[in-house]
Design a protein around this ligand. Structure first.
Ligand code: NAX
Length: 328
């Protein structure tokens, strides 16, 4: 039998945690033949709620779930961690400035990065879901100098999936007809969903759509502001769809992208496409053998360039702000 993979989930008692843990335990994260051990990290006040979720996980009798540990100590929760899902974060309170938000999250992601550095397994892969995801990933990465930098990623897969769904609806196709869509930049309202290289059943998606006004005034803002629309409708932020995207992100990273397709991941820039090296920005990537590569050689038109640049500018401002706080 295989050694279980240690999957650490932070914010395990939160709403995304509740939607995520059962899917991890059932084998959807890594595959139906991979046993997992869950390591849950919560703040002390939420440990009891996490224990309640763990009771329900027990009650599912998942054959692949080889154990559950709960802790409020990052050094314990990341011990031997192979996959880290960093979901818990400090939400923006009313009237909170961006600097305060970044500082509060620095207080979470810096010690977690240090704990990963000190205790995680050699092959650790990190996905940051908690917002501001890209910059939180940068903070954790900076605190983990002994872990290869490319192991720190941020989630833009929910944006990617939202864009797939909107494009399918507009063109009367199905999501499985669509490939090569890209989310560029920050997981924020400045993100840029790019369909100029996407294919719909073998045709260029932008040509199929043939409606730049829809692209600029409908598609892009709908995808970028979908999180707010969900809150408005549901009275709570996206949870099951966010958990689903986290599953997709890690599953693709570990098991690879399909032939002739790619996905979107927030990853440390190597300078490709004029994105300053080091910031964690979303790119089109292919995955194989447990690692990813940026898709190279795409032509970026003026429409796309302006939007990528705007989102990247926001990321460099966030980076400068956390640099000012001594976090990176
Ligand atoms: P909840 O408030 O329901 O849960 C967050 C949990 O994190 C709480 O149980 C809290 O006790 C815990 N927590 C706080 N600080 C912690 C720490 N230092 N260590 C361990 N646990 C800690 O939020 P939820 O709806 O689950 O959302 C979690 C995060 O995901 C938020 O930051 C949210 O903004 C972000 N999202 C990111 C998305 C993305 O696409 N990247 C989309 C969905 C979501 O909005």
């Amino acid at each position: 039998t295989r050694t279980p993979v240690n999957v650490t989930v932070t914010g395990a008692a939160g709403q995304i945690g509740y939607a995520l843990l059962f899917r991890v335990a059932s084998g959807q994260l890594l595959g139906a033949d991979v046993p997992v051990r869950l390591r849950l990290l919560e703040i002390p006040q939420a440990v009891q709620a996490a224990e309640g979720t763990a009771m329900e996980l027990d009650d599912c009798a998942f054959p692949l779930l080889s154990g559950i540990d709960i802790s409020d100590d990052a050094n314990v929760a990341f011990d031997g961690c192979n996959i880290a899902l960093l979901v818990g974060a400090r939400p923006r309170a009313k009237g909170m400035e961006r600097g305060d938000l970044l500082e509060a999250n620095g207080g979470i992601f810096k010690p977690q990065g240090q704990a990963i550095n000190g205790h995680a397994a050699e092959d650790v892969k990190v996905l940051v879901v908690g917002n501001p995801a890209n910059t939180n990933a940068l903070i954790a990465q900076a605190a983990a100098p002994d872990v290869p930098g490319e192991r720190f990623t941020a989630m833009t897969r929910l944006d990617h999936n939202r864009a797939l769904s909107q494009l399918a609806r507009k063109t009367g196709s199905t999501v499985s007809d669509i490939s090569r869509l890209t989310i560029w930049g920050n997981h924020s309202a400045t993100q840029y969903p790019d369909i100029f290289h996407a294919r719909i059943a073998g045709k260029n998606a932008a040509e199929v759509v043939n409606d730049e006004k829809w692209l600029a005034d409908d598609f892009i803002p709908t995808v970028a502001k979908r999180g707010a629309a969900i809150i408005e409708a549901r009275g709570a932020s996206s949870a099951a769809s966010a958990a689903n995207a986290a599953i997709d992100h890690v599953h693709t990273w570990v098991n690879g992208t399909p032939e002739r397709d790619w996905t979107s991941m927030g990853i440390p820039s190597d300078g490709s496409y004029g994105v300053p090296e080091g910031i964690i920005s979303s790119f089109p990537v292919t995955c194989a053998g447990g690692s990813y590569e940026i898709v190279q050689g795409l032509e970026i038109n003026d429409f796309s360039r302006a939007r990528i640049d705007a989102s990247v500018r926001e990321l460099t401002e966030e980076r400068d702000a956390v640099r000012g706080l001594g976090l990176v």
